[in-house]
Design a protein around this ligand. Sequence first.
Ligand code: MG
Length: 272
Amino acid sequence: MPSGAEQVDWSAVRFLLIDMDGVLFRGSRRLEGADGLLPWLERGGIEYRLLTNNSTASPERNAEMLAAMGIRAPVGSIFTSSLATAMDLTESGTRGPVYVIGEAGLHQALTEAGMEISTAAEGVTAVVAGLDRGVTYDRLRTACLALESGAEFVATNADTSLPVEEGLAPGAGALQAAITATTGIRPRVIGKPQPRMLELAMAAMGAEVEQTAMLGDRLDTDIAAAAALDMTALLVLTGVSTRVDIAGSPAKPTAVFEDLPELMRAWEAALR
Ligand SMILES: [Mg+2]
């Protein structure tokens, strides 16, 4: 049984922010209902963005990965932390050049936003850091020197670790920690659990918070970010967080669903 579904003002929800891992798929396995969700939203006139903290892959690459699992998502519906960061820098008037610790997805997002990417510390207005699996001491050194010269420090996301087959590998936050340890400067973080990513995704759709819901599988990221904005927060139990975790979580979901089919049934029943 869903809990809290009656707490949701379903008729007000016109926009949905959807976390991907643990909601649409787990590992490389598509979760039940994930192939039907996006067409179902489209039929209902609900606009959506698929959110990912992963800054390394482009929206095109994300769409290909979803397609390989049988989930057809328009490239324009993918909202990565790299896109959010580029949008944030544009909105806050950062003109560049920027120095980047990051992979193709971040370089592409910044370049498409018209940012010049520098290869040296001199004249850099912002250091933008995401996950970079090819980072070198020299690159970290340049990032630190740019910050010491007054550049602002912006992070796509601050996930400290990255699950890999053999265990946990350093995440974007672990690389940023090296820079912070050197300079004493902490980054402004865009990705979840910071609400900034949700605000930017709403701005990209022209959505107001009262018309928007966040759908995710993690209390400490998806639900925390939504709760910080007083946004309707829908938790599905197909990923990381469990029903037991809710009691100990400072951020509470508005409603909880076993899986996507249960969510869609509750939503449909409420609108009938
Ligand atoms: Mg997730």
